[in-house]
Design a binder for this molecule. Sequence first.
Ligand code: ADP
Ligand code: ZN
Length: 290
Amino acid sequence: MLGAIEAGGTKFVCAVGDEFGNITDVIQIPTTIPDETMTEVINFFKKYSLDAMGIGSFGPIDVNMESPTYGYITSTPKTAWKNYPLVQAIKDAFSVPVGFNTDVNAAALAEATLGAAKGLDSCLYITIGTGIGAGAIVHGKLLQGLSHPEMGHILVPRHPNDKYEGGCPYHRDCLEGLAAGPGIEERWGDKGVNLVEREEVWDLEGYYIAQALIQYILILSPKRIILGGGVMNQKQVFSYIYKYLDELMNQYVNFPDLSSYIVSPVLGNRAGITGSLLLAYQALQDESRS
Ligand code: ADP
Ligand code: ZN
């Protein structure tokens, strides 16, 4: 049996299940301080005999296995969790292999294995919500270098008519600063969900997402792109993305049909916890190989 934790800034989702994404028990625990939250997390899993555990966590986190702070949540604005050794806390409680990655990488792994890119050895999963994050599958594996990619913070050319300064505390008008949910709200004075009728909102949103996608496509050449997160509930954004992407690409690269190339997730809000189960399964396999 596999254990999975989707560690988020507002709640921890804990589940037990298998590598096919079947979940037999699940619980949600509020994210308060580590002492409280982790005690409840550990109590939940104590009922089960686990073979491995997977964690998809909010970040930034240290995923470099060579690093002395591997498995830590690092520079999060949630100060109680800053420099918290999440993997070690789980290892101390349950002596099992632990897989660890970002929440978005966990979701990417789930969509690639069981969801919208099932059967492909390459894809890009992007979530556009409170922030913007992306996970890439390359040669069947999550792309990782020095650390996990931070594709939400790339710089994109501004729309000439867009006067909004951008909401990223680090870069102001990076992609996340211009196109994540809070940026939409600040620019237009209302939450995205209340702006459905305002075509210019979604046109501009599609413009910025297309600016980012062309960079990702030119660098990674993913076989499919999956766009999730709260903002992408506005399905009309897809047609603007297709329009601007076509213009930007100007027939330089031959795309598959855009409506089957750039798609919605299949697993929806189960992607993160399902991916965490898959991280557990990977950790178990890595352990049995070594
Ligand atoms: P999180 O990123 O915090 O995990 P979400 O992916 O739901 O959660 O993203 C929340 C952001 O998405 C908020 O800024 C919210 O305004 C925006 N959002 C959520 N639902 C919608 C919607 N249906 N239409 C437009 N924007 C939405
Ligand atoms: Zn930024």
